[in-house]
Design a protein around this ligand. Structure first.
Ligand SMILES: Nc1ncnc2c1ncn2[C@@H]1O[C@H](COP(=O)(O)OP(=O)(O)OP(=O)(O)O)[C@@H](O)[C@H]1O
Ligand SMILES: [Mg+2]
Length: 138
């Protein structure tokens, strides 16, 4: 994955597959703490605790006809390569929150990419879903 906007597309695809109708994408850049945080929050079907724990395993997927599920493990890898981590909170029937943290100035931190364009495309291709994008600079 070349930049964070491509990771976002991938993670949002999970939310769409979980029938989310409201998807929030938040990007928080904190220069003082040297931290970049990406949050993707959906109101989809959510995961059981067992599924949540397995979701980072590349050999786990609930997609039919597939044997590997790479979206979350790729994002976890990108975060860890840049001195950060990935966290997944989820509740069955409520939704899911994926938080990826990166060291902002880390040499291996991927560029942000064109998130505005990514969100525009998502909105155009999924008119029935509400996308909220927020970018904060602390
Ligand atoms: N937002 C979500 N809501 C509900 N379940 C999710 C969500 N995100 C991930 N999952 C669960 O975690 C699994 C792993 O997700 P991941 O993105 O890593 O792989 P995948 O979507 O199965 O395959 P790929 O991303 O390679 O197309 C999914 O198959 C699904 O069961
Ligand atoms: Mg996926």
């Amino acid at each position: 994955m070349e930049d964070l906007s491509l990771h976002i597309l991938d993670i949002v695809e999970n939310s769409l597959r979980a029938n989310a109708k409201h998807i929030e994408i938040k990007l928080i850049q904190d220069e003082k703490k040297d931290r970049l945080t990406l949050e993707i929050i959906d109101d989809g079907e959510g995961m059981s605790e067992e599924t949540r724990k397995q979701s980072l395993n590349p050999f786990f997927t609930t997609r039919e006809g597939k044997k590997i599920g790479l979206g979350l493990s790729f994002l976890a890898q990108s975060a860890e390569e840049a001195g950060g981590k990935l966290e997944i909170e989820s509740m069955k029937g409520k939704g899911t929150k994926v938080t990826a943290e990166f060291t902002l100035s880390h040499i291996d931190r991927k560029p942000i990419g064109n998130i505005e364009e990514t969100v525009r495309c998502l909105k155009a291709t999924h008119p029935d879903v509400c996308f909220d994008f927020e970018s904060l600079n602390n």
